[in-house]
Ligand binder design. Sequence first.
Ligand code: THU
Length: 161
Amino acid sequence: MKKIKVECELNIYQEEQLDTSELELIAKAKDMVRKAYAVYSGFQVGCALRLASGEIITGNNQENASYPAGICAERVALSYANANFPDIPVVSLAIVAYTNGAYTTLPVTPCGICRQVLLECEARFNQAIKIYMYGQNGIHVIDSSRKLLPFSFDKNFLPEK
Ligand code: THU
């Protein structure tokens, strides 16, 4: 038997330990929870991402009475960024969740589908995306979505065209 071991680590920061541009990204994600359409779950998620140009793109979750048709905040922001700035890499992304009248104490982490989309975005530009997962008790920071999705599926599995 052979074994492959994957190690994964993240850093936990308090807001005062982050720099101005990191705090700006988190503040924009915090703002976006207010405009989320989360009428079914009551779990409002905001996302802000920074492009290599410095521009910030935002998104929030958009739910649907047909539940699977809903889309997460991260994919709203990433799709807008990739649709409108197809040549500019995404360098960082912040996620914040708000429920029961408060930002969550636990950091919110991207769902499996969003991790796959983040991975594609990194591969597309060959640029790691630093992810800030906000929680009132601390901000979890990981330097690449690759670390959130080990043993992942990517274009290398597909046949050559
Ligand atoms: N959601 C996000 O938008 N991003 C996440 O990282 C986790 C979950 C949304 C999907 C759904 O609208 C609601 O939160 C509850 O799952």
